[in-house]
Design a binder for this molecule. Structure first.
Ligand code: 3PG
Length: 307
């Protein structure tokens, strides 16, 4: 019986795992679970005889592909696939897919929740600020950015967005102002929400100059990837500008320095939790299971991301 591995260092909700199993077992596959693993060795052993793997932010590199002799497909249950070495996948004749859009509402809700939390002074009872009437600039207007815009509209915010590959129809649909350059977006919005993937073009792109150009009392919210931040530049800018705030769902490498230097103007979740809801786990996990069945049974490649 062909084996399919669910390898999640950060596990799905139990109901999502149950749903994944049901879909795959009904099609005659046996499902192997590797959750909360702490060492790469465990992953290398688990992949040895499986045809497919469902992952989240789990790192799939050359060593994993070398160890997975029967592997045909990896599905990243989620949006960003910077954790998978696509060239190695192609060299090993393995298809890689993601499940775009499936967890984006969860991430967007967390963005708004963190904004409310920080604007209300961490629910401390001190007098805070409202979001209504504030300007919001969205970097990358994909699935998560669009969900943030939808919810932010309800808060009465004024929304603009920048996208390297803009789909103008989406800007119209969400009633969001299109801004042609990132510099302009940072200079004109009190709150910036980051949704860009980590690519050679975006890595360290949120730098000292961009941060310094923000209006007074600017806030940056990052629910995308820590790699897109130039951490040294951000810290330097925030030391010089005591009015700025940084909120992130991806703990920076220099977290300790940030805490020490910025105090209340900085907040990071302890572990990335944007997509960590039962609904998002089920949406992304079940989509991943269905995509595996479609690929293995019928050669469907709709969400393939490697060549
Ligand atoms: C994604 O790219 O889908 C999100 O960053 C969620 O990642 P996670 O599955 O590791 O929570």
């Amino acid at each position: 019986m062909s084996k399919i591995l669910v390898a999640t260092e950060k596990p799905f909700a139990p109901a999502a795992v149950k749903g994944i199993k049901e879909i795959l077992e009904k099609e005659g596959y046996s499902v192997v679970l590797l959750e909360k693993y702490t060492e790469k060795k465990q992953l290398l052993e688990a992949v040895a005889d499986v045809e497919a793997i469902i992952i989240r932010s789990d790192k799939i590199d050359k060593e994993v592909f070398d160890a997975a002799k029967k592997l045909k497909i990896v599905v990243r249950a989620g949006a960003g696939y910077d954790n998978v070495d696509l060239d190695e996948a192609t060299k090993h004749n393995v298809c890689v897919m993601n499940t775009p859009g499936q967890n984006s509402n969860a991430v967007a809700e967390l963005v708004m929740g963190m904004l409310v939390y920080m604007n209300r002074v961490r629910f401390s009872g001190k007098s805070g600020k409202e979001l209504k009437g504030k300007t919001l600039g969205i970097v990358a207007f994909g699935n998560v950015g669009q969900n943030v815009a939808r919810i932010a509209k309800g808060f009465g915010m004024e929304i603009s967005a920048y996208d390297a590959f803009p789909n103008k129809a989406k800007f119209e649909e969400y009633g969001v102002k299109y801004v042609a350059c990132e510099k302009e977006l940072f200079a004109n919005n009190q709150i910036i929400s980051l949704h860009a993937p980590a690519t050679p073009e975006t890595i360290k792109s949120i730098n000292y100059d961009l941060v310094m150009s923000m209006p007074k009392n600017g806030i940056i919210v990052n629910s995308a990837r820590k790699e897109i931040i130039d951490e040294e530049g951000l810290l330097r800018a925030m030391k010089e500008r005591e009015d700025l705030t940084y909120i992130t769902d991806i703990m920076p490498t220099n977290n300790d320095e940030m805490v020490a230097a910025l105090g209340d103007r900085y907040f990071s979740t302890p572990k990335k939790m944007g997509a960590q809801t039962g609904e998002a786990n089920a949406n992304a996990g079940l989509a991943a299971a269905r995509q595996i069945v479609g690929f293995l049974k019928n050669g469907e490649e709709r969400f393939r991301v490697n060549k």
